[in-house]
Design a protein around this ligand. Structure first.
Ligand SMILES: *[C@@H]1O[C@H](CO)[C@@H](O)[C@H](O)[C@H]1NC(C)=O
Length: 479
């Protein structure tokens, strides 16, 4: 056993029992200033007002002197030890005249809002803020997740009737964990349950674990549209503008992103948990990647020819990398990490059960490619330079060469349909293959490479049939 193998077996031991925990963020606690329209907790001379017709469950942690308290027609206060309300018997000098202080509308939070959940590998990580990044559809609880509503908080979450059943492994409410659907259904019939989860629809608790060490699909694909409409409801279903020219579209994500997207083909030896740990510990912990967010999960890739003919779907591991850079530099750290991951796969991929890796990327700096060239180093910089010069939507590099020509053909068709939708209509197709206009030597093309300085001459994007050889890895591997 070499060190990598030892490390791998250690990691898989640790990984064996891992599950994902998703915690609901908002609460309806009395002491939370952001739950009041005035953004402060009512003080002694204030009149606290709960909207008359809004049903709420409110957790109160301490005792509050008030001048007046207007209660809703239906609702409950959950009082922790020593908590309560009392008529103010003295003036609080800090409170001034006192005002009407109004509780926020507690009905505004939806289960399907991906921004209202935090995800982590353990409850400890949730407490210490070591959150995992995920695409939108997987930010919302997935089929095998443990869902947590923090103890000592009240909440109200709207759970819409959805096309497919939402399943969860378990759910914890007010410190009690439900792993049995009957128990949870019974809880939902209680007064507190009804206030926390209004409406008739609710998730099914299965107590099922993902049994596949290569990972399990999240199971939220069918809800993506609803998730996105909740996410984008304030912007009329429009995605925020991004600064890279041709943003990537990760599977399960609502909007285009700048950064890098790696897609892995895996064998049965692959372990999602092990590989995630590897990426988090080996790369994401590095100072230079402190602004990078990484999401890794198993996704179902639609397979199609030129986006028209559907060939079913293919299950892959998707890695999404975004960074905190802005403007011309957006995506540059993510891309650099992408190259590091590809290089790691080149040397250790087989021991991780990875068969093939492809990367697409979109970075900023279209107007100033010089800047964008700096950070990923000279060689990859040229690759970007060429791409930026020609405004391609993102380029896929095949790490491993494929031997079968027909295989290549399909892959290449996919490359076109995934990456370069603008070009696909005009791409000439014949039995011999494509003439890729992107890599055709043109004056513009040469110019782009020349501006990159002395390294430029050594780097050529080679073309052989349908096969692109990634100049970054060209010399270092052969399968
Ligand atoms: C206060 O409530 C808001 C909205 O419900 C939530 O996002 C925030 O995390 C809460 N803060 C605390 C300290 O509980």
């Amino acid at each position: 056993m070499d060190t990598v193998q030892i490390l791998l077996s250690l990691l898989s031991l640790i990984a064996a029992s891992e599950a994902l925990y998703k915690r609901w963020i908002p609460n309806t606690n009395y002491e939370n200033a952001s739950n009041w329209i005035e953004r402060r907790v009512p003080c002694a001379q204030d009149k606290a007002v709960f909207p008359r017709d809004k049903r709420v469950s409110i957790f109160v942690q301490s005792s509050h002197p008030l001048t007046d308290l207007y209660l809703p027609l239906d609702g409950e206060f959950i009082l922790s030890h020593g908590a309560g309300f009392l008529a103010a018997s003295w003036e609080d000098p800090e409170c001034g005249q006192g005002k009407f202080t109004n509780f926020e509308d507690a009905d505004r939070h939806e289960w399907l809002d991906p921004t209202l959940w935090r995800s982590a590998l353990s409850t400890d990580d949730l407490d210490t803020g070591r959150f995992l990044f995920a695409v939108d559809s997987e930010s919302v609880p997935c089929r095998y997740d443990d869902v947590i509503f923090s103890p000592d908080t009240s909440f109200r979450v709207h759970f819409k009737e959805m096309g497919s059943d939402v399943q969860l492994r378990s759910i914890s409410v007010l410190g009690k964990k439900f792993t049995n659907n009957d128990d949870f259904s019974q809880y939902l019939q209680s007064p507190t349950g009804k206030l926390q989860f209004p409406g008739s629809a609710h998730p099914q608790i299965t107590n099922l674990r993902c049994q596949d060490s290569t990972g399990c699909l999240c199971g939220n694909d069918g809800m993506l549209q609803e998730i996105c409409s909740v996410l984008l409801r304030d912007t009329d279903n429009k995605c925020p503008e991004v600064t890279c020219a041709n943003p990537l579209r990760p599977i399960g994500h609502c909007c285009g992103i700048c950064g890098a997207l790696i897609s892995l083909d895996y064998a049965s030896a692959f372990s999602l948990e092990t590989y995630r740990s590897r990426l988090l510990h080996t790369f994401l912990s590095l100072e230079k990647y402190s602004s990078v967010k990484l999401a890794i999960s198993k996704v179902a890739h639609p397979l199609s020819i030129l986006n028209v003919i559907r060939l079913g779907e293919e299950v892959k591991i998707q890695i999404v990398l975004i960074d905190g850079k802005e403007g011309a530099l957006i995506g540059s750290d993510a891309l650099q990490l992408g190259y590091d991951i590809l290089a790691d796969i080149d040397t250790h991929g087989t021991s991780f059960g990875i068969i093939k890796a492809e990367m697409q990327f979109a970075t900023g700096g279209v107007s100033s490619p010089q800047t964008a060239l700096m950070s990923p180093g000279a060689i990859s910089g040229i690759v970007i330079g060429v791409i930026l010069g020609l405004s391609v939507m993102g380029v896929t590099y095949f790490l491993y060469r494929m031997d079968s020509c027909s295989h290549r053909y399909l892959e290449f068709l996919q490359f076109w349909s995934d990456g370069a939708t603008m070009v696909e209509d005009t791409a000439p197709v014949d039995i011999g293959g494509f003439d890729n206009p992107i890599f055709e030597p043109s004056p513009e093309n040469n110019q782009a490479a020349d501006t990159d300085g002395e390294n430029g001459k050594d780097v050529v994007l080679q073309r052989s049939g349908f096969q692109f050889i990634n100049p970054v890895f060209d010399s270092s591997f052969d399968v």
